[in-house]
Design a protein around this ligand. Structure first.
Ligand code: THU
Length: 141
C-alpha cells in the first residue's frame, strides 16, 4: 500500500469541490500535520480573475484556522496525464510551513505521480533568515 494513499484520497475528494468555471482546471490539495490531522483545499476561482485562490492556499488556511502550522506532507491532485507542479506563489506558501525535506506529491488524475522535496521545488526561497538579515536600523521607520 502506498503510504500517502489516504492523503491522495482526501485531495482527490477536495478536487471534486473545486470552483473553476473559468479555467476548468480543477485542483485539490491535502496536508498532513505532525498531529496526524489532514486538511484539504480546492481552487476557488472568481469572475474577477486575480481574486481566485489555489487549492494549496485553501488547505493551508484550513490548517492554520485549526491552530496547526507545520506541514509534514502534502499532496496536490490535478487533471491530465502528467503531474502538475504547484505554482510559484504556492511554493512560497508551502515553504512557509515546511522543512526543506517535506515531500510534495503531485498526482495526475490520469494516474502518474511525482514526489519532490520542498527544497528542490523552491530553491533559494525567501525566508525568515533573509528577512531578518535585510532589516536595518536606518530602515526602522
Ligand atoms: N491552481 C491551483 O489551485 N494550484 C496550483 O498550484 C496551480 C494552479 C489553480 C488556480 C486556477 O484556479 C487554476 O488552477 C488554473 O490556473
Amino acid at each position: 500500500m502506498i503510504m500517502n494513499e489516504d492523503l491522495i484520497k482526501a485531495a482527490t475528494l477536495a478536487r471534486d469541490k473545486a470552483h473553476a468555471p473559468y479555467s476548468k482546471f480543477h485542483v485539490g490539495a491535502a496536508i498532513r500535520t505532525p498531529s496526524g490531522a489532514i486538511f484539504v483545499g480546492c481552487n476557488v476561482e472568481n469572475v474577477a480573475y486575480p481574486e481566485g485562490t489555489c487549492a494549496e492556499a485553501g488547505a493551508i488556511a484550513a490548517m492554520c484556522v485549526a491552530g496547526e502550522y507545520e506541514i509534514q506532507e502534502i499532496v496536490v491532485v490535478a487533471g491530465g496525464d502528467e503531474p502538475s507542479s504547484p505554482c510559484g506563489g504556492c511554493r512560497q506558501k508551502i515553504s512557509e510551513f515546511s522543512k526543506g525535506n517535506v515531500v510534495v506529491t503531485m498526482v495526475a488524475t490520469g494516474g502518474s505521480t511525482k514526489a519532490v522535496k520542498v527544497a528542490d521545488l523552491l530553491p533559494g526561497a525567501f525566508d525568515l533568515e533573509r528577512l531578518n538579515a535585510g532589516i536595518t536600523v536606518a530602515d526602522s521607520k
